[in-house]
Structure formats: structure tokens, C-alpha cells
Design a protein around this ligand. Structure first.
Ligand code: COA
Length: 132
């Protein structure tokens, strides 16, 4: 979507709800949406088109590539890296220093204690790959 907008000469709008809390030292890329109650901590850097949904928190020094989506009420501890298009479900918790791979999905309510490889879906506490 980012590429389509750019290719047509458009600009990415950025929406930051007035009831969100963003550290002055955080970096927020164009096209972001920070919903009500979202918190983005000190030194966090979000690339373009990231979503931090209602009451989710992204703690200090987290790093997001383009298109990362954090569901309502999810909690990311410090120094978590999310690669492009990673999706963190409603109310999930990600422990510190972990990496969530490109396009990975963390299910609602999961507690992630290890890195999640690209493209993998994990659920549960502790989070494990979803077996279908
Ligand atoms: C993890 C998830 C992506 C899987 O979706 P899915 O591929 O459609 O999977 P299904 O609904 O078919 O469920 C498959 C199995 O996983 C289980 N499951 C699904 N989500 C789960 C979760 N979050 N935690 C634990 N188990 C889960 C189901 O109970 C089912 O188990 P069963 O086969 O024993 O009945 C999805 O359930 C989820 O958690 N999405 C996040 C939703 C969210 O955060 N929404 C907010 C948007 S703003």
C-alpha cells in the first residue's frame, strides 16, 4: 500500500491520537496510526505505516520495520524488534530483546519468550507455533 501511494505521487498521512503518549525521543514514520491510549517509549523507532492500536505499549528502544501492526492492549518490553508486516495480536506480551520475524503473527493473548521466525504464527503462554 505504501508503494502504491508513493507511485501515484501521494503522501502518507500520520494519525496520532491526542490521548496517546509518545516519548519525544521516539521516531514515528509517515503513515503511522497511534490509537487512543497507545504508548511509545523512549528511543523507540517505528518505520513507515505502523499501527499501535488502542492501549498498546511499545517500550523503550523497540524497532519496527514497515507495516508492523500491534493489536489493542498488547505489551512489548524494551528492545523488541519487529520485522516488516509482523502482527502482534490483542493483549499479547513480548519479552525484552526478542525479534519477531517478517510477516510473523503472534496470536491474541500469547506470551512470547523466544524469537519468532519470519512467517510463523505462535499462540499461547509460553507462545508456541500454531499447529493446524
Ligand atoms: C492466532 C490467530 C491469527 C489464528 O487464526 P486462525 O489461523 O484463523 O486460526 P483458527 O481460528 O482456525 O484456530 C486454530 C486453532 O488455534 C486456536 N487458537 C486460535 N487463536 C488462538 C490464540 N490466540 N491463542 C490460543 N489458541 C488459539 C484455536 O482455538 C484453534 O484450536 P483448535 O483447532 O484446537 O480448535 C488468531 O486466532 C488470533 O489470535 N488473531 C489475533 C486477533 C486480534 O488480535 N485481533 C485484533 C485486531 S485489531
Amino acid at each position: 500500500m505504501v508503494e502504491v501511494v508513493r507511485a501515484q505521487g501521494g503522501q502518507l498521512g500520520t494519525i496520532v491520537h491526542p490521548a496517546s503518549i509518545v516519548s519525544p525521543s521516539a521516531g514515528i514514520g509517515a503513515g503511522a496510526f497511534l490509537a487512543a491510549g497507545a504508548i511509545v517509549g523512549v528511543g523507540a523507532v517505528l518505520a513507515e505505516a505502523c499501527l499501535v492500536n488502542t492501549a498498546a505499549s511499545v517500550d523503550h528502544d523497540c524497532r519496527f520495520d514497515v507495516g508492523v501492526c500491534i493489536g489493542p492492549g498488547a505489551r512489548l518490553a524494551g528492545h523488541v524488534s519487529c520485522e516488516a508486516d509482523a502482527f502482534i495480536g490483542l493483549g499479547a506480551c513480548i519479552l525484552q530483546n526478542l525479534r519477531i520475524g517478517c510477516g510473523a503473527v503472534v496470536g491474541a493473548g500469547a506470551v512470547v519468550t523466544r524469537d519468532v521466525p519470519a512467517g510463523q504464527t505462535v499462540v499461547g503462554c509460553p507462545a508456541r507455533p500454531l499447529v493446524r
